[in-house]
Design a protein around this ligand. Structure first.
Ligand code: ADP
Length: 421
């Protein structure tokens, strides 16, 4: 039998690739769709599909509408179980968007119950008695307290969800999860019989997440961080639906390599410095962006003759003092303006033949994927935790690696390009 089986809706782009990587690691061939696909787009051959939305911090009515549209597309694609992915720090406000989206998805699926668990032990996020911990601290004592868009000041996810949803949220406690999947299934039945529509599930370890995954086999909708998806593939494998062949295999591509860095994070700055020592590199000076077209033209004129000889690096990455100066100069538009320039450079590089492209920076990656107009990305081998190579489908065949600013180690770019060699 052919998939897709699992349809996922992620509330941001890097969260979508993180989730997809988790599913691939558990043996499911997975494709990420940046935004709801255009009508008529052929469903990629995969076991799991992940629609990447940008719905975390938008008004909740818009987040609900976008999520329902993605759900409809995934249903028509043939998926039979659905996963709503949000951040492992439960990023949301009292008015949304996790609760309203979960309510709407339950209604649309005519389903009576779902679980919610953002635990991600590998990143030190755990849930105990419904309280979310980030490392040793409660969520409300972590840096998330001061998040500019979604400050998290209440560590009780049962309370947070109850405020966001139409009805009170329940809890499946640690002692139940410890007993294994049958005990969790019993607890789900008990909650359902009392009319509870959603329950926070405790999880401190990956074993707990695997238990919750097993217990979720009969749920139409599951919600959580990428860790919560870890236990789902085994259910499909148990039914013989997921083939055992290498789920991370990508069709090889040939052609020049390039790296574009728009992140100014500490790790990206180290990575840019490391690559500058062994590859030709070009700094896109944000102070000279009064004529963006000229900046793009100059960068491409510099890069084109070098592409045949080996990888090139183009970056706007700068130290905090320089970033602050640029922001003074360009105002609030500084970031989006630089993103547009880097995205146009990416388009020019692909037109010049580049087929293996690494992008550093979350927002920068979103801008590049948008500019390249890629309808689908098949998830391949992992370069560093949370960062896989992906292969574009439905357009120019090429490999793309999208790296969140602080991910990877200093030699990340060389590791990535070696893996794509
Ligand atoms: P990260 O993943 O590290 O947060 P992002 O790409 O998400 O990286 O964000 C970096 C932001 O900084 C982008 O909006 C980018 O355009 C902007 N930026 C890049 N270079 C500079 C610079 N030299 N000065 C000011 N802003 C910059």
């Amino acid at each position: 039998m052919d998939g897709p089986w699992l349809g996922c809706i992620a509330d941001d782009f890097t969260g979508a690739t993180d989730l997809a990587s988790t599913l691939v690691a558990q043996g499911m061939r997975t494709v990420v769709l940046p935004g709801e696909p255009r009508p008529g787009f052929a469903v990629p051959r995969a076991d799991a599909l992940v629609v990447a939305l940008k719905s975390r911090s938008i008004p909740s009515a818009q987040a609900v509408a976008a999520s329902l549209a993605a759900l409809r597309w995934l249903q028509e694609a043939g998926c039979s179980q659905f996963f709503f992915k949000y951040c492992s720090t439960f990023d949301s406000t009292d008015s949304g968007n996790i609760g309203p989206v979960a309510d709407a998805l339950l209604d649309a699926l005519d389903s009576r119950f779902t679980l919610a668990c953002p635990a991600f032990p590998a990143n030190a996020r755990s849930v105990y008695r419904g309280y979310l911990f980030v490392g040793d601290r409660l969520l409300s004592e972590s840096g998330m307290r001061d998040h500019p868009l979604t400050p998290m000041t209440d560590p009780s996810l049962v309370r947070v969800l109850s405020r966001q949803m139409r009805s009170e949220a329940g809890l499946i406690g640690f002692e139940t999860v410890e007993q294994g999947a049958p005990a969790v299934v019993d607890a789900i039945r008990g909650l359902q019989s009392r009319g509870v529509r959603i329950a926070i599930a405790d999880a401190l370890t990956e074993r707990h997440l695997m238990t919750l995954g097993e217990a979720s086999a009969g749920l139409a909708l599951v919600t959580g961080g990428s860790g919560m998806a870890m236990g789902l593939p085994a259910n499909f494998r148990a039914r013989g639906w997921v083939p055992s062949k290498d789920s991370a295999a990508l069709p090889r591509v040939h052609g020049p390599c390039a790296v574009i860095a728009g992140s100014c994070s500490t790790m990206t700055r180290e990575q840019v410095a490391a690559m500058s020592a062994w590859a030709p590199s070009w700094f896109i000076d944000p102070a000279a962006l009064d004529d963006p077209d000229r900046a793009v033209g100059q960068a491409l004129d510099w890069a084109r003759p070098k592409l045949a000889a080996g990888p090139v690096l183009l970056y706007s990455t700068a130290a905090p003092e320089r970033v602050a100066e640029t922001q003074r100069l360009l105002g609030a538009d500084a970031g989006p303006c630089i993103e547009r320039v880097l995205a146009a450079i990416a388009r020019g590089l692909v037109a010049a033949g580049v087929r293996r492209l690494v992008v550093a920076g979350g927002e920068t990656s979103g801008a590049v994927v948008g500019a390249l107009g890629m309808p689908a990305l098949r998830i391949g081998p992992v370069i560093a935790p949370g960062v896989p190579w992906t292969a574009a489908e439905g357009g120019e065949p090429m490999w793309l690696a999208l790296k969140s600013g602080n991910f990877g180690t200093a030699d990340f770019f060389r590791t990535a390009l070696d893996l794509a060699g």
